[in-house]
Design a protein around this ligand. Sequence first.
Ligand SMILES: [Zn+2]
Length: 188
Amino acid sequence: MKSVEQTIINISKGNPGCMQFCFELFEKGGYEALLMLAETGLTGSRAYQLWNDCCSRDVEKAIKVLRYRREDRITEKELKEHVYQPWGKPFDLEEIKKREAVKPEGGFLKERYGMVLIRKTPEGTCPMCAVKHDPAQPHNLQSLTYQYKFYDEHGRWPTWEDAMEHCTKEVQQFWIQSLKERGVEIDE
Ligand SMILES: [Zn+2]
């Protein structure tokens, strides 16, 4: 907990609006989301503007912007052009989503943690999550292999949305419904 508080203090620089943003960010996106904000270098009133002006105080939107920044779909220059304004400019997330993520050579794990991933999975299992499942079904989000492989490719941890991205609409609907029954809400 100490490092969370410290990170929030470092980012907020005494700006109460920014502090509120950080708390909400932590609540919705966990420590990783806070780190993503720290990585942008935006602090105090600028970080607050990112949330308040560019994202209309929608934390989910802000997390998306931070993810796209981490994947380099949003460049540093672009981020600054949106935030460093008297009033921050909103992002066109639909358009940005279509851009390619820029993957560093050797993958994100190597770049960030110096880890190299062993790419082989046991025979007869899914090459992505190392679990035996029908390829038409989602990957197993709980599989560590899946989490690391995904991280290596995208520079962030996977969500249920990612795990079922390759599935048909029908299969997705089925999973969204069954996850909902277990208390997991997913954007459609
Ligand atoms: Zn799988």
